[in-house]
Design a protein around this ligand. Structure first.
Ligand SMILES: [Zn+2]
Length: 76
């Protein structure tokens, strides 16, 4: 049985689906009995989802700004 510490160590690989079958079962078994780690994994998943969405949302506004800054630098 995994400890909570081991689960945390495996968590990002688990979320990225990088674990072996055996490791995945160990993580799922731990999650089935440990609500703290379930909450931890849920928060990790949420954070990943937000981070994945951020670049797409940020670039449309950043691009004109970056272009303007590049122009200003050229003008100097
Ligand atoms: Zn745990």
């Amino acid at each position: 049985m995994l400890s909570c510490k081991e689960l945390v160590a495996h968590s990002s690989d688990y979320l990225d689906a990088q674990l072996s079958f055996r490791e995945r079962i160990a993580v799922r078994t731990h999650l089935a009995i440990c609500w703290k780690c379930r909450r931890f994994i849920r928060q990790m998943r949420l954070t990943q989802a937000v981070l994945r969405r951020l670049p797409d949302a940020a670039i449309p506004e950043l691009e004109p700004l970056a272009a303007r800054l590049a122009e200003q630098r050229k003008a100097r």
